[in-house]
Design a protein around this ligand. Structure first.
Ligand SMILES: *[C@@H]1O[C@H](CO)[C@@H](O)[C@H](O)[C@H]1NC(C)=O
Ligand SMILES: *[C@@H]1O[C@H](CO)[C@@H](O)[C@H](O)[C@H]1NC(C)=O
Ligand SMILES: *[C@@H]1O[C@H](CO)[C@@H](O)[C@H](O)[C@H]1NC(C)=O
Ligand SMILES: *[C@@H]1O[C@H](CO)[C@@H](O)[C@H](O)[C@H]1NC(C)=O
Ligand SMILES: *[C@@H]1O[C@H](CO)[C@@H](O)[C@H](O)[C@H]1NC(C)=O
Ligand SMILES: *[C@@H]1O[C@H](CO)[C@@H](O)[C@H](O)[C@H]1NC(C)=O
Ligand SMILES: *[C@@H]1O[C@H](CO)[C@@H](O)[C@H](O)[C@H]1NC(C)=O
Ligand SMILES: *[C@@H]1O[C@H](CO)[C@@H](O)[C@H](O)[C@H]1NC(C)=O
Ligand SMILES: *[C@@H]1O[C@H](CO)[C@@H](O)[C@H](O)[C@H]1NC(C)=O
Ligand SMILES: [Cu+2]
Length: 524
């Protein structure tokens, strides 16, 4: 079996390499004024734009990103690190600060180089240092699959069909206390209560064509309810994993989640509302921020030939009567469905009981332990200091070693309202927050999952340890991550150090900590 799978892997690799291209982007990070919702603030931006530049490649390509860190504003972190959400790369390229690398110091450059292998789908990238991505370092990453098995379901899939959803803040993250966004952006435009009537983002379609819309939540906190007036959404992808077509009228997208939906432009030539209602703590309003109006997040689906005006119909605010709402448990993966270990017991079960560790909500814990970034990244402790056991890490690192080639099950216990993300793997959601019985046969497969469920049946995920690396598992509500709602799975430490899947960082990676550790605190 190992031999078979190895030769299969090799032939796939050769087939992919034959068409592989090299995609190179140069990113300059700098503090730059921008006003996507009409309010000008200085943000931490890549090449001066928000969202960040589209990183676009084909399956099998090699992507090189040259990062030049020119951040130099006292209200925002000056160091940085970029993570590519979930992609199963060598972990020295994964990016979370103090898990796989030290941050890139200001006035320094660093190159991320990634062989995409067999992965395709809709991803995003963002800074993974503290809450820095909230300030603007976030953008879409799309890997097209020239051999998409379900390509016949749509006609158009290009830059015009990538739709990012973001919560947006007027105050830099470091200065924000009790942060509630000021607005919600679709693409690069949004409105806040009392602000100017910023022109709404427009998505152009031609009647008779079917569009693969790639919906990405680049959010730090807001949840988005997405709907297009008069058009159903056929979900075919969740978080980079193809799923069987599933038709809904609206879909809730949590921070970090992505979906591809096919929309058939088969209605009469006109303009239609795109609604992306934003909620924070389940509400479209906030007592602490009167700018926030979660209802007012709209774009326009514009048919060629229609007027250039906004739709004349009332703005929808909720799923219409009789509409079909998305339920996660209905998602079924297209390829190789079935949870690791089937309905049998997992090799190792983790119960992550999370909770608020301080009355003011500034501390979040897993099993009463608040995650705190170590000064020495987890990966460095494994590679340079030979750590192989839980007890070698500080308690506040919430670091659990995992054996190789095993089925791991994690239960997220503590209630709804969180969006848990695991690096380095996709996982099967054997118990979804949306209900349904436990599913071991064809459960949803993804990399960011809603917490919730019942006390007896909390949300549970499973994955197989086939990718050695220190993998961060954390709430993707960035304020919760910053407050400690995180853990690290140190998967197969021995396999990280040596063997065919060992992690071999380059010389530049090895310098990152030396440079960072010498910075003044204000430059970190
Ligand atoms: C980076 O360069 C700028 C401009 O030369 C300078 O003002 C700033 O102090 C430098 N930052 C560090 C950490 O060296
Ligand atoms: C979608 O892909 C699956 C798996 O390859 C295949 O069985 C199915 O027929 C495809 N559906 C369409 C409409 O192409
Ligand atoms: C939509 O079409 C209009 C008119 O052709 C064009 O000006 C606009 O740039 C298009 N918008 C997008 C997002 O492509
Ligand atoms: C439009 O397309 C959708 C999705 O394919 C389909 O369900 C619906 O019946 C079509 N409507 C019309 C008017 O053709
Ligand atoms: C919020 O936005 C909606 C939609 O534009 C609008 O109807 C409503 O009046 C706004 N609420 C407030 C409090 O401004
Ligand atoms: C996890 O919780 C379940 C349900 O309470 C319990 O049966 C199981 O023993 C726990 N497992 C571990 C490893 O703590
Ligand atoms: C967390 O605590 C529960 C009991 O409260 C225990 O079952 C579980 O094993 C602990 N999980 C970890 C990862 O230590
Ligand atoms: C654990 O914490 C102590 C005190 O904060 C620190 O000196 C030490 O370097 C930490 N160990 C690791 C492995 O990070
Ligand atoms: C993984 O474990 C299974 C059984 O537990 C075994 O059959 C298989 O050979 C192992 N694979 C590897 C790569 O070690
Ligand atoms: Cu959370």
């Amino acid at each position: 079996m190992p031999c078979l799978s190895r030769s299969f892997g090799l032939s796939v690799l050769l087939a992919v390499v034959a068409n592989a291209a090299s995609v190179v982007q140069d990113w300059t990070l700098a503090a730059t004024p921008i006003a996507p919702d009409g309010f000008t603030r200085t943000a931490a931006l890549i090449n001066g734009v928000y969202p960040g530049p589209l990183l676009k490649a084909n399956k099998g390509d090699t992507v090189t990103v040259n990062v030049d860190n020119q951040l130099n504003n006292d209200h925002m972190r000056k160091s940085t690190s970029i993570v590519r959400l979930h992609l199963i790369f060598l972990s020295s390229n994964d990016g979370p600060s103090f898990v796989t690398q030290c941050p890139i110091a200001p006035n320094n450059t660093y190159t991320y180089q990634l062989a995409l292998g067999n992965q395709a789908g809709t991803y995003w990238y963002h800074s993974h240092l503290s809450t820095q991505y909230v300030d603007g370092i976030r953008g879409p990453l799309v890997i097209y699959d020239p051999e998409d098995p379900n390509a016949s379901l749509y006609d158009v899939d290009d830059e015009s069909t990538i739709i990012t959803l973001s919560d947006w803040y007027h105050t830099p993250a470091l200065d924000a206390t009790k942060p509630v966004p000021d607005s919600g952006l679709i693409g690069s435009a949004g409105r806040f209560s009392g602000g100017p009537a910023v022109e709404r983002t427009r998505v152009n379609v031609t009647q008779g064509q079917r569009y693969r819309l790639r919906l990405l939540s680049l959010s730090a906190s807001g949840f988005f309810d997405f709907e297009i007036e008069g058009h159903s959404l056929t979900i075919i992808e969740a978080d980079g994993v193809n799923h069987e077509p599933y038709i809904v009228d609206s879909i809730q997208i949590l921070p970090g989640q992505r979906y591809s939906v096919v929309v058939n432009a088969n209605q009469s030539v006109n303009n239609y509302w795109i609604r992306a209602t934003q909620t924070v703590l389940g509400s479209t309003t906030s007592a602490s921020n009167s700018n926030f109006n979660g209802t007012d997040v709209y774009a326009v689906l514009h048919y060629a030939g229609a007027s250039n005006d906004e739709p004349t119909t009332p703005q929808p605010t909720a799923l219409p009567a009789g509409g079909i709402a998305f339920q996660e448990f209905n998602l079924k993966p297209l390829e190789n469905p079935g949870a690791p270990g089937g309905s049998g017991p997992a090799d190792k079960v983790f119960n992550f009981t999370f909770g608020i560790g301080a009355a003011n909500g500034d501390v979040w814990t897993i099993n009463n332990s608040q995650y705190k970034s170590p000064s020495v990244p987890t990966l460095l402790n494994i590679l340079a200091n030979g750590f192989t056991q839980d007890s070698q890490f500080n308690t506040s690192e919430n670091t659990f070693t995992l054996p190789p080639n095993s089925t791991i099950e994690v239960a997220f216990i503590g209630g709804a309202g969180h969006a848990f993300h695991l690096h380095g793997h996709v996982f099967d959601v054997i118990q979804s927050a949306s209900g349904g019985p436990p599913n071991f046969v064809n459960p949803p497969r993804r990399d960011v999952v809603a917490s919730g469920g019942t006390t007896a049946n909390p949300v549970r995920i499973r994955f197989t340890t086939d990718n050695p690396g220190p993998w961060f598992v954390h709430c993707h509500i960035d304020w919760h991550l910053e407050a400690g709602l995180a853990a690290v799975f140190a998967e197969d430490p021995t396999g990280i150090e040596s063997g065919s899947q060992s992690v071999q960082p380059n010389a530049a990676w090895e310098q990152l900590c030396n440079i960072y550790d010498q910075l003044d605190a204000s430059d970190q």
